[in-house]
Design a protein around this ligand. Structure first.
Ligand code: G3I
Length: 387
């Protein structure tokens, strides 16, 4: 049975009444809202790809990828090629990368995995993003035993210089620093407690951008973060702290060019204040920064088990969010954190309590288009043209 809460999640505004035929026939939901009596559906649109629809409005659409999926799953790889204009390695450009780490030891680099993704992009004329040069997670085991206050700056500069120079001229943009803000850590300016902050102080962020700019003057340099989308005290605090950080960096003349808004949405979150979100984007843009939606997906762990209902709610979350975000001309790209439910980090990191497979992305696990695809396509079609 669909609850009023479920129906609300369809992003239908304030409900005045819900008449539901059956949870199996969601398309029969006729929701009377204050603004319109039209039912909300997500009809399939023309056959053009999301990349083409985005490009028609001067935007890029892309997806995160993992090297082993591109190599082992040619059907999936074909969909990446057909659907995207840009890709970003989900893992291979972090300091530590599983069986084939980018940083095997304190003094060595192994570009094998990341080069494979870069070659895939080049072979298929896809733009490439780099993620991420400075983060507090996915650091190799040797890091905590080796890096300290005396040598941290040297390790930071050497890593950024070596990695960014290796891809100089081939990288559309770099997430130079990732997730440096966490107001709940209680530090000044809402900075997150990280090894980098501990060893170098707040200037680590400036140092990172300066090193990246020197290594590749062509790449767009991005500060990337999450937890900024909703009308909650936690997100309010984070938006305020992120904005202050961006203002500080710009005032200091730091070579930062863009803000990356990860956008891991929660399909069950009802506190989406479109006005507040739009104002935040305008405030970031007013600093002269471009904006990228860098890791878009919709967590569905708390949504109905009924796939028909769940897919509608996920699609509504995509469309409601993108309609606001794409209204900001400074937004230049939208990347989902994966393209298909077949491969999503959420299966491991945000599994459903009922154990059902999660369905956060535009393609289902069989690589068929979902309502989320249609919702994204419609949002791109309705977006103002960047010219
Ligand atoms: O590839 C190795 C494999 O060789 C090894 O055998 C296996 C077992 O250790 O690990 C594999 O690496 C995993 C990697 O994902 C690739 O699948 C790591 O264990 C696992 O920790 C890693 O998780 C990634 C996570 O960041 C931590 O780096 C997720 O895929 C990735 O989606 C997630 O992405 C983050 C963004 O970077 C920042 N924003 C939040 C986002 C979600 O947490």
């Amino acid at each position: 049975m669909i609850t009023r809460r479920d129906a609300f999640h369809l992003g239908l505004g304030t409900l005045v009444g819900v008449s539901v035929s059956s949870s199996k026939l969601l398309s029969q939901i006729v929701v009377q809202t204050q603004d319109t009596s039209l039912p909300r559906t997500f009809p399939a649109v023309t056959n053009t790809s999301l990349a083409e629809k985005a490009e028609a409005k001067g935007l890029y659409y892309g997806s995160a990828v993992l090297r082993h999926h591109l190599i082992s799953d040619s059907h999936y790889a074909d969909h990446i090629i057909q659907t995207c204009k840009m890709i970003v390695p989900e893992w291979e450009l972090k300091w530590s990368a599983g069986a084939c780490p980018l940083r095997p030891t304190p003094h060595t680099f192994d570009f094998t995995s990341a080069d494979a993704v870069a070659l895939f992009a080049s072979n298929h004329k896809l733009l490439l993003r780099g993620h991420t040069l400075v983060w507090h997670l996915s650091l190799p085991n040797w890091f905590s035993e080796t890096v300290n206050s005396q040598n941290a700056e040297a390790y930071l500069n050497n890593h950024i210089q070596t990695v960014v120079e290796h891809y100089a001229g081939r990288m559309h943009s770099w997430d130079v620093v990732n997730e440096a803000i966490e107001p709940q850590d209680g530090l000044s300016e809402g900075l997150r407690k990280t090894p980098w902050l501990k060893f170098l102080g707040a200037d680590y962020i400036k140092l990172a951008f300066q090193a990246a700019a020197e290594a590749d003057p062509k790449a767009l340099l991005v500060y990337n973060d999450y937890g900024l989308e909703y009308d909650t005290p936690k997100h309010d605090a984070k938006r305020a702290a992120v904005l202050k950080l961006l203002e500080r960096l710009k005032t200091q003349g730091v070579p930062i060019h863009a803000f990356g808004m990860q956008s891991h949405l929660d399909g069950s979150e009802t506190h989406l204040n479109l006005k507040k979100l739009r104002q935040f984007l305008a405030d970031v843009a007013s600093l002269g920064l471009k904006i990228l939606v860098t890791e878009l997906d919709v967590i569905d762990k708390n949504l109905s088990a009924d796939i028909t209902v769940r897919d509608h709610m996920v699609a509504a979350a995509y469309e409601d969010y993108l309609n606001v975000v794409l209204d900001e001309p400074a937004v230049i790209a939208v990347l989902t954190w994966g393209l298909s439910d077949r491969y999503t980090w959420l299966s491991e990191f945000e599994p459903r309590p009922d154990g059902l497979p999660v369905r956060p992305l535009p393609l289902d696990a069989n690589l068929n288009r979902k309502l989320a695809w249609n919702a994204m396509a419609r949002a791109f079609d309705n977006a103002p043209n960047r010219g």
